[in-house]
Design a protein around this ligand. Structure first.
Ligand SMILES: Nc1ncnc2c1ncn2[C@@H]1O[C@H](COP(=O)(O)OP(=O)(O)OP(=O)(O)O)[C@@H](O)[C@H]1O
Ligand SMILES: N[C@@H](Cc1ccc(O)cc1)C(=O)O
Length: 471
């Protein structure tokens, strides 16, 4: 209750601070294109702008890395600015070489269409949940949000004819600039060291597609700013160049001609793992927001296991908690790191933001019961079974099995391996950790080990925990 009051008081500071300073303070900004001051002045003067961020449908789901630029959009959205998500139905057919050392595998058209539809729903849900999350945390219910639009760039690309495009736009695109982009130079130099088989023409021209998207959105939908990960800087600048060239071809200065701000680019730093690799699909280490791919419980656990040194950084990036509140949490956390205070708040907030309060509550409840039970807390067995079932981690077993059979069926060990693990003392049962089992449990002995006479919590070594309903 107390923390809610602090939140409400602090949201006033959150909203009065310039949005760009807020984003910078959160570590969400890597680069902003020039003239940056003009952008800041306009925003401070109350100008409402429209921002966009694109994502290619190269997987069924967006992931935590993609959410970093989306968080920038969310900060603008809750302050009344309009936001647009582009799903790259067209660009996804070509394949962005940015940040990649090799070309992408081809994808079947139907799979791409399914991905577009899935990502569409996810983005809609993310900003709806973001709005609800924000409203739950602050008292001023009269907040004016912007509008959220979703577009598929295939809608305009499908009608573009190659000859028309070359004649109308080709002459405004400079090959020298295209060749100088990082995404191109890095692949070309890797090729000359014969590390890859080169850069396809499709990949080389990708930047033109993204540049034209920005031009299209700028001229037809009044979008002023493109947001993306740092690896998108070259593509974003390509768009700014194209807009400027096309606007100045009649010698009319951009601002006077269009009476609008922009075009601008803002990039976020790339979120990396502890060893410095980008979080993403290509690196194969993505945490997806589709609950069928990574459940809310997985997401909660992922953030709960954040390193101490990353916790404050992630609180700033992935939550809307105000700076003062984050500072408070970090100070308390530093006094007793083993309490995992920072990680628990981080895990709960992000799960709530992405999946809603009920899922966040369930994930926290299950995580507390399975990993932080001290023996003092009252745990209602049926509630636990229900919540475990909602988090999708409850498995089914049979009371007629003995422990060796449970280990065989659930942990996929052979009976010999299972016996060995018991002898080694690495099998324990029950909520309390360390309740080590030293010999097989026969089928008539289960009643001493089950919660509510049907839930078995089984631990194997330090990492693995299974929850099984024994019927
Ligand atoms: N780890 C990350 N940190 C910050 N931004 C990211 C991260 N991963 C992706 N993004 C950004 O999300 C947006 C959409 O990215 P995209 O659809 O290419 O996903 P991706 O995971 O980068 O794909 P891939 O790994 O296949 O290149 C881009 O602006 C991209 O820069
Ligand atoms: N190139 C971006 C996705 C994107 C697609 C179209 C755009 O207009 C903008 C961005 C990426 O791969 O991450």
């Amino acid at each position: 209750m107390k923390s809610l009051k602090i939140w409400r008081r602090i949201t006033r500071t959150y909203l009065t601070r310039s949005v760009i300073s807020e984003l910078e303070q959160r570590g969400l900004v890597s680069q902003i294109s020039q003239p940056k001051n003009k952008l800041i002045e306009s925003l401070d003067a109350g100008t409402k702008i429209k921002l966009y961020c694109g994502v290619d449908p190269t997987a069924r789901s967006i992931h935590l890395g993609n959410l970093v630029p989306m968080m920038i959009l969310l900060h603008f959205y809750v302050r009344g600015h309009d936001i647009v998500n582009i799903i790259g139905g067209a660009t996804g057919q070509v394949g962005d070489p940015s940040g990649r050392t090799t070309a992408r595998n081809e994808m079947m058209q139907q799979e791409r269409i399914n991905n577009v539809n899935n990502i569409n729903l996810q983005l809609k849900r993310f900003f709806q949940n973001g709005k609800a999350y924000y409203l739950r945390k602050q008292s001023d219910q009269s907040t004016e949000f912007g509008t959220h639009f979703i577009r598929n760039n295939l809608d305009w690309w499908k009608d573009v004819k190659m000859l028309d495009f070359l004649a109308n736009y080709g002459k405004h695109i400079r090959i020298q600039q295209m060749l100088s982009r990082d995404s191109v130079t890095s692949r070309l130099s890797a090729t000359s060291n014969s590390k890859t088989d080169g850069l396809g023409f499709n990949e080389f021209t990708y930047q033109i597609l993204q540049a034209y998207d920005f031009y299209h959105l700028y001229s037809k939908e009044d979008v002023n700013v493109q947001v993306g990960g740092n690896d998108q800087w070259g593509n974003i600048v390509a768009g700014i160049d194209l807009i400027q060239r096309l606007s100045s071809k009649d010698n009319v200065p951009l601002a006077e001609k269009d009476k609008k701000l922009g075009p601008y680019g803002i990039t976020v730093p790339l979120l990396t793992t502890a060893n410095g690799t980008k979080f993403g699909k290509s690196a194969g280490n993505a945490i997806f927001i589709d609950p069928k791919m990574n459940t809310p419980f997985d997401l909660y656990q992922f953030f709960y296991n954040t390193l101490d040194e990353d916790t404050e950084k992630f609180l700033k990036i992935f939550t809307l908690l105000p700076e003062e509140e984050i500072k408070n949490i970090s100070e308390k956390h530093a006094l007793n790191r083993s309490s995992h205070l920072g990680q628990s708040i981080l895990a709960k907030e992000v799960t709530e933001l992405i999946h809603g309060p009920q899922e966040a509550h369930n994930a926290e409840y299950v995580s507390n019961a399975l990993f932080r039970y001290t023996g003092d807390e009252a745990v209602d067995g049926e509630t636990l079974i229900n919540t475990l079932s909602h988090t999708g981690i409850l498995q089914n077993g049979l009371k007629q099995w003995d422990l060796l059979e449970v280990l065989a069926q659930i942990a996929k060990l052979s009976r010999t391996q299972a016996r060995k693990r018991i002898e080694q003392g690495s099998v324990s049962v029950g909520l309390q950790r360390g309740n080590v089992i030293t010999k097989n449990i026969s089928s008539d002995q289960w009643s001493n080990h089950l919660i509510s006479n049907r839930l078995l919590i089984l631990r194997l070594g330090k990492q693995k925990v299974y929850s099984i309903v024994m019927e």
